[in-house]
Design a protein around this ligand. Structure first.
Ligand code: XMP
Length: 511
């Protein structure tokens, strides 16, 4: 049986990170909200261990998230982190208080006195704290195993019952020995084997999809992005000919994108691929539209319409395949329910076309895991490692009204910028990089003559989560080469600028 750890979520901002750190140690972990799972379900799932996450509340606040204290008597090892540490202490009869000297926040020196969680951890190390409340008195049966200057109980242990708590965050990289501490919990306390691998995931998924979808027809909308590509290839390995993929060319793709999709899916994997040339339709609907949100809405609606028409032409399709990944599922707070990416192109479809159901083969995986699966399936690296590209495509990178001319100029400039970054060996340095066609023209001079051409902006950002981002400090020489090539090779561009705004206050995309 697949061994797994439950990350019981009490509202902490690092809940996903905890699951990811555990998986990096080859133990499968899943996040469930404290309100989305019962004691009975936990008992029935056969978890090897449970982690209580952090959270923004104070345990003594009656409105704070709590859990049935019987969980401590299930015999399953528990590790409480931050709020989870306080909650564990509180449930077991300990005392929690607000710190007199205010909160501890950031890097703090941790002194440990040993114990199984601190095996192979130096007596003094740096940990990362973020709390106001602290455990004042440890519950019966527990001993303090670490402290900091302001936190007398930075870690506690009850080896008898396999209950452990840490006030700091072992999942963040600032905690020097965080992964060793998690390792100790997983392998020394929970006795995990650590045999969860991507190969296993791939072969088990194919096998179970094969059984589950026996005799059924499946339809998948390819967006050109990583998630739908990996989901489609996985499905193809399970049901072969019975999968049809639809790729809508809305005319807002980057240079060479449609050809790449055809090359990979039709020629390399020999999949049933329908490429719909809907450029004219989208273009007509977008004519005269300048407002960014309006552009997004039109594109979303039109996409659904095109996809729906194609699906109807194909006759009965039993299931719709979607590339939903784990952060989409958890962030939407949907727990066990099926989630459809509304943001991406196919929201609202299933009801209208009458699929039996949706299949989401990647809903347990993080982005880096999806990429690993993609590589294992033989999808070319340039597609698997590709930077994110927004559903509305170049429409939100052409400021103002979208015209064929503006799109052509942007496509060429963007291709040059991408080429230069790749040939400088920096393709992995920024998280996302692209060109934008501003709605401005500026005066220039070329061969003694006055020009009046477009202003192209280049954007490259570095970020972990795209919620905040900094502009990437690309080498000047690289920017110089890109600028010179764009102004020389792309007709009607007179000026190139580099965007040096972080997010916030700006966003990654210009519209
Ligand atoms: P912003 O501009 O919001 O971008 O800072 C953050 C990330 O989201 C992508 N993005 C979108 N993706 N549909 C999408 O599928 C959209 O409407 C959309 N808007 C922004 C953007 O490319 C970046 O990766």
């Amino acid at each position: 049986m697949q061994e797994k750890i439950l990350v019981l979520d009490f509202g902490g901002q690092y809940n996903l990170l905890i699951a990811r750190r555990i998986r990096q140690q080859h133990v499968y972990a899943e996040v469930k909200s404290y309100s989305g799972i019962t004691l009975e379900q936990i008992r029935g799932e056969g978890y090897k261990g449970i982690v209580f996450t952090g959270g923004p509340n104070s345990v003594y606040d009656p409105a704070a998230p709590h859990f049935d204290p019987e969980i401590l008597r299930l015999g399953i090892p528990i590790l409480g982190i931050c709020y989870g540490h306080q909650l564990l202490a509180w449930m077991a009869g300990g005392g929690i208080e607000a710190a007199e000297n205010g909160s501890e926040y950031g890097r703090v020196t941790l002194r440990s006195s040993g114990g199984v969680l601190f095996d192979a951890v130096p007596a003094e190390s740096v940990c990362w704290m973020s709390h106001t409340d602290f455990v004042k008195s440890v519950p019966d049966g527990f001993i303090v195993t670490a402290s900091t200057k302001n936190c007398p109980c930075a870690a506690m242990a009850d080896d008898e019952r396999n209950l452990y708590g840490v006030q700091f965050h072992p999942e963040v990289t600032h905690t020097a020995c965080g992964s060793q501490i998690l390792h100790n919990f997983l392998f020394k306390v929970c006795a995990c084997r650590g045999d969860w691998t991507m190969e296993d995931f791939v072969s088990k998924s194919i096998e179970s999809l094969r059984l589950e979808l026996s005799g059924k027809n499946a339809l998948c909308a390819l967006s050109g992005g990583v998630d739908s590509a990996v989901a489609a290839v996985l499905l193809h390995r399970a049901v072969g000919e019975r999968l049809t993929c639809v790729f809508v060319d809305h005319g807002l793709l980057r240079k060479g994108e449609r050809e790449q999709v055809e090359q990979v899916f039709r020629r390399r994997f020999q999949m049933n691929l329908i490429v719909v040339d809907a450029r004219e339709r989208f273009f007509t609907r977008l004519r005269g539209v300048t407002e960014p949100e309006r552009k997004r809405k039109i594109i979303g609606e039109e996409f659904i319409r095109v996809f729906e028409e194609e699906a109807k032409k194909l006759g009965k399709q039993d299931v719709l395949v979607q590339g939903t990944i784990y952060p989409d599922v958890v962030e939407s707070g949907a727990g066990n329910a099926s989630v459809i990416k509304s943001h991406h192109n196919v929201g609202g479809l299933p009801d209208r076309i009458g699929f039996e159901r949706i299949v989401e083969p990647l809903r347990e995986l993080f982005k880096d895991e999806v990429r690993a699966v993609g590589l294992k399936l033989g999808i070319p690296e340039e597609l698997v490692m590709r930077q994110p590209f927004p559903g509305p495509g170049l429409a939100i990178r052409v400021m103002g009204e979208i015209t064929e001319e503006k799109l052509t100029v942007l496509r060429e400039a963007d291709a040059i910028f991408r080429e230069e970054i790749v040939s400088a060996g920096l393709a992995d340095a920024p998280s996302q990089y692209f060109a934008v066609l501003t709605d401005n023209r500026s005066v220039g001079v070329m061969g003694d003559a006055r020009t009046y051409g477009w202003v192209i902006a280049l954007r490259a950002v570095s970020t972990d989560d795209f919620m905040t981002a900094d502009w990437t400090r690309l080498p000047w020489e690289l920017l110089a080469r890109a600028s010179s090539r764009i102004t020389n090779e792309v007709r009607s561009v007179s000026r190139v600028v580099y965007d040096i705004t972080s997010k916030p206050p700006a966003t990654v995309e210009w519209e």
